[in-house]
Design a protein around this ligand. Sequence first.
Ligand code: ZN
Length: 110
Amino acid sequence: MSKTTNYRHYIASDKWRNSPARLAELAASKDRCRLCFEKGTAAAPLEAHHATYERIGDEAIGDLTALCHRCHVEVTSMLRRRRYQRRRPRRADVLRLRDTRHSFIDPTRH
Ligand SMILES: [Zn+2]
């Protein structure tokens, strides 16, 4: 199983739903998003964002942050952008792009 599949399984599991760290964070936030203070509802429950994946499956209380879905999406894409920003362009990437032996477009396909 891939890392992503494992993660998806875990997030859908009872173990995650009943995680003491997750329940403690939701209670500590008084069921409000930590960023926009929107209250979680049955239709749009709060989500627990992993500030660290160090203890995934056995999270400690500070590992999670209660967020509404909208803020969670924002935070996740912001972190992803930041990660890509940190990634230095490598010479090999450019050389691969310039290498005309491998065409990205297959002229025989329509
Ligand atoms: Zn929010």
